[in-house]
Design a protein around this ligand. Structure first.
Ligand code: HEM
Length: 319
């Protein structure tokens, strides 16, 4: 028999005053009651909120929980029964197998040791150039605009083979269509412009392949539309995540001077520091899955079709 679980009525995002890195108090409180809580979605559909580390890990590895876009419910907005279409070709982040592996497999194959070595060298050079420029410009420096935003944008553009002359406009368009506070029509316009530029980029790589992931992928059975979708996902998934890690990671170290001093005293700690900052900051906070069949989970029966919210930032503070 199911134990009666805790119920969460709202999904708060506001931080506690003076605790900018911690999840909202209500979510931490939910986790203290147990790794799974009931949560009713704004449309009235009953679902679940997962806050326990082990439980979330088990869901991520379980194909009975789907990432498909068309099944997803927004955790805080009621779209009034509008049927969401499946993810467009290539945008594999919101797909399950076999659609997912049609894109993921060939893409993985392009992240070769050689390419990663070249990108790492380039990254070192680009980072040094940006630090030099900040030093030359003198204080005050804005880490976000001078460092955290441009470096991921340059790296992803190099991965996709976007020419230097187009990089600023790419970044601006992606910023515009990922701006959560922008008007719908502005987001749609920026999305359409980005798609247009990506179509031109794919055509250029087919005609004149260069040494980059997108050019390499033209040597497969993927269509232009699919290649455009993959490129869009790399831009959308790789920019803000990395920018936020660089900026917030620096902020977190400045707020924790003992940790910063430890890292400065022993730079070989950097890999562990990055892992720890990924956990501590959890810049990707909330993900959704949908149960494809009835599943027993954490002492509860999750009915087929139920939406689950995975609260990564809360799980990443699970003792
Ligand atoms: C610190 C930086 C990053 C963080 C914290 C991060 C986080 C994540 C998370 C949590 C997911 C899983 C989403 C889910 O399960 O629904 C994901 C997926 C993904 N990310 Fe990132 N990401 C980062 C950087 C990047 C970069 C730089 C790229 C590309 C250049 C990228 C490309 C992707 C792609 C393609 C997926 C989908 C994978 C799949 O469905 O097989 N990410 N990322």
């Amino acid at each position: 028999m199911d134990e009666s679980p805790h119920t969460v009525t709202t999904l708060p995002t506001a931080r506690q005053p003076g605790r900018p890195f911690d999840p909202p108090a209500e979510l931490l409180d939910a986790r203290r009651h147990g790794p799974i809580s009931r949560y009713t979605f704004p449309s009235g559909k009953p679902g679940w909120l997962l806050t326990g580390y082990d439980l979330i890990k088990s869901v991520l590895a379980d194909p009975r929980f789907s990432s498909r876009k068309e099944l997803m419910l927004h955790p805080t907005i009621d779209y009034g029964g509008i049927q969401i279409p499946p993810a467009p070709p290539g945008e594999f982040l919101l797909m399950d197998d076999p659609r997912h592996s049609r894109y993921r497999k060939p893409l993985m194959g392009k992240f070769t040791v050689r390419r990663m070595r070249l990108l790492t060298e380039r990254l070192g050079q680009i980072t040094a150039d940006h630090l030099d420029a900040m030093e030359k410009a003198g204080p005050p420096a804005d880490l976000v605009t001078a460092f955290a935003k441009p470096i991921p944008a340059i790296m992803i553009c190099e991965l996709l083979g976007v020419g230097r002359q187009d990089r600023d406009s790419f970044r601006e368009q992606v910023d515009a269509f990922m701006d959560a506070e922008a008007e719908d029509e502005d987001v749609l316009a920026a999305y359409t412009t980005t798609q247009h530029h990506l179509a031109e980029l794919v055509a250029a790589k087919r005609a004149h392949p260069t040494d980059d992931v997108l050019s390499d992928l033209t040597d497969s059975d993927l269509t232009d539309e699919e290649l455009r979708g993959i490129a869009l996902i790399l831009l959308a998934a790789g920019l803000d995540t990395t920018t936020n890690m660089l900026a917030l990671g620096t902020f977190a170290l400045l707020r924790n001077p003992d940790q910063l001093a430890a890292l400065r005293a022993d730079p070989t700690l950097i890999d562990r520091a990055v892992e720890e900052l990924l956990r501590y900051l959890s810049v990707g906070k909330t993900f959704i899955r949908t149960a494809l069949e009835d599943v027993e989970l954490g002492g509860q029966t999750i009915r087929a079709g139920s939406p689950l919210i995975l609260s990564y930032n809360t799980a990443n503070r699970d003792p």
